[in-house]
Design a protein around this ligand. Structure first.
Ligand code: GLC
Length: 544
């Protein structure tokens, strides 16, 4: 059987938000030694790659996404030795390690920015984006992703600097070759230490229009525009062609390393634009995040459309990424009303479609969102918008305060859910449901969500068809509303997957050769010849 895909096309990714994963020194903050102590857990469930959100030196105003030294570790998380040990320990277990590289901006406390801001003549002035205002107004109308003007006035030099995200995250100027060199050197520094690749933070923001033209006005107000754009089309400050070229240049850099490394990009754009970042010759980013499952409806029709859409825009040889959550989005279980059966079916989809599945820490045990009161809120984006009443955010379906999905991992039913030892105060409150929802209990419960993940990951690892095969959606209109059915094919080998998302029985006429159940959630039976009757909310995977 063929086995010719790259590791990053076949892998399974587990995202770790390091502050919240495991606290090894009882200061209430998760750290690198904490991650090392849980590598066996990750290996045992079966994930093959970890992506760790930033742990570099940072004033922690955006919890690490505001870097002040890219080559050192923030004391909250440990030391350089720890990261070297983490890479080594992960590799010993055949787990790949992806770091989070924030190329677009630094912290305003980064020595480069302090220099840049100090005077117009400073050699680092041009490392950031400085412009004169239009009288007392900002240089142009560009908005920051999180609302308000992206321009911030500096009294000392009477110019404005640009920040795509929060004001304390000034954007670097990639039109200055020194910046490109420096950031590529930083990537190489970590590649030489053995990191297997990078997740690229808001990559689509990196280049801006050279002429700084105003964005055109938009009269269509979408909820996202309401939050961020306020009546403008993001034409000149996002998704510039030069950023796509940067993706290709970076890919050349990582491709010069052996064993093979990879880049996975965070890009917000329409499908056709996201596709461009992968390069016309597939010589751009290796993978890109895809967002449609972040707003999912757990019904067969919606999910079929997602798969079909990904297969249209990200067809072979591209590998789509299937993900339900991350550190910026409401937790999956809270979007499906806490229904663990649906969570199991969604996991089944994620691990059996053609794509790279990505799981956000805690998703595998069904961790849910926590409402964090303003008084203890830690998220700078949430705090910026806490004047907007919750009902309005719910109505607009806007998820803004990101604390709720970042609470400590629930390891066991001890105080602080085993995240920190008793006596410590975790940086965010632990979900009150930790006595019912935790790793230890689920490890001991054969029917738990965690065991569904473990089984699915094992089946996928043992099965080349699931890792490499093509996918075909079975679009019979009689089943379309309730049953998601597809086959995976490699050479002559076939797998059939049936997922009944409805709460009633459904029948599938099986015309394939696949008759042997390999995995199931809930029950099924053969009715008359060739017909399979699936229980409400059930899933079945059959091989020939
Ligand atoms: C990305 C990160 C988010 C961060 C922002 C600014 O969207 O996922 O957490 O706040 O970029 O770096």
């Amino acid at each position: 059987m063929k086995n010719n895909k790259h590791w990053w096309q076949k892998t399974t990714i587990y995202q770790i938000y390091p502050r919240s994963f495991k606290d090894s020194n009882n200061d209430g903050i998760g750290d690198l030694q904490g991650i090392i102590s849980k590598l066996d857990y990750i290996k045992e469930i079966g994930f093959e790659t970890i992506w760790i959100s930033p742990f570099f030196t940072s004033p922690q105003q955006d919890w690490g996404y505001d870097v002040s030294d890219y080559c050192n570790i923030d004391p909250d998380f440990g030391e350089l030795n720890d990261v070297e040990e983490l890479i080594e320990q992960a590799h010993r277990r055949e787990i790949k390690v992806i770091f989070d590289l924030v190329l677009n901006h630094t912290s305003d406390q980064h020595p480069w920015f302090l220099e840049s801001r100090s005077s117009k003549e400073n050699p680092k002035r041009d490392w950031y984006i400085w412009r004169d205002g239009r009288g007392s107004r900002p240089p142009n109308n560009w908005r920051s992703i999180v609302g308000g003007s992206g321009w911030h006035h500096d009294r000392g030099t009477n110019q404005w600097y640009y920040a795509s995200f929060l004001p304390f995250q000034p954007d670097l100027n990639y039109r200055n070759p020194e910046v490109v060199h420096m950031m590529f050197d930083i990537a190489e520094y970590w590649l030489e230490k053995g990191v297997d690749g990078f997740r690229l933070d808001i990559f689509h923001t990196i280049f801006k229009d050279q002429q700084f033209r105003n964005n055109p006005v938009s009269f269509i107000l979408l909820p996202h525009d309401f939050m961020a754009g306020y009546f403008q089309k993001w034409v000149y400050n996002l998704n510039q062609p030069e950023t796509i070229q940067l993706a290709i240049d970076l890919r050349k850099l990582v491709d010069s390393y052996s064993p093979e490394r990879m880049l996975i990009g965070e890009i917000y754009a329409d499908d056709a634009t996201i596709r461009k970042y992968l390069g016309n010759e597939n010589d751009g980013l290796n993978l890109v995040f895809l967002w449609k499952l972040m707003d999912l409806q757990p019904d067969a029709r919606y999910l079929r459309n997602v798969v079909s859409n990904y297969e249209t825009h990200f067809s072979e040889p591209i590998t789509p990424v299937y993900m339900y959550g991350n550190h910026d989005r409401q937790r999956l279980v809270s979007r499906i009303n806490g229904d663990m059966r649906i969570a199991s079916l969604l996991a089944m989809l994620q691990f059996t479609v053609r794509g790279v599945p990505m799981t956000y820490y805690g998703e595998e045990i069904g961790m849910s969102e926590v409402t964090i009161p303003d008084s203890v809120s830690k998220d700078p984006v949430g705090r910026r918008f806490n004047w907007i009443p919750q009902f309005l955010l719910d109505w607009l379906n806007l998820y803004i305060n990101r604390d709720g999905c970042r609470t400590p991992m629930q390891w066991d039913d001890n105080e602080h859910a085993g995240f920190s030892a008793p006596g410590a105060t975790p940086w965010l409150p632990v979900n009150k449901n930790y006595k019912q929802v935790n790793v230890e209990d689920e490890q001991n419960d054969r029917g738990s969500l965690l065991n569904v993940y473990r089984d699915l990951l094992r089946i996928r690892r043992d099965n080349t068809v699931l890792q490499e095969g093509s996918i075909e959606l079975l679009n019979d209109s009689s089943i379309a509303d309730y049953l998601l059915a597809y086959t995976r094919m490699l050479d002559q080998e076939m797998i059939l997957v049936l997922i009944n998302f409805s709460d009633s029985y459904s029948t599938f006429t099986n015309n394939t050769k696949c008759k042997n159940a390999r995995f199931q959630i809930g029950g099924y039976q053969y009715s008359e010849e060739g017909k399979i009757l699936l229980q409400p909310l059930s899933g079945l995977m059959l091989t020939a």
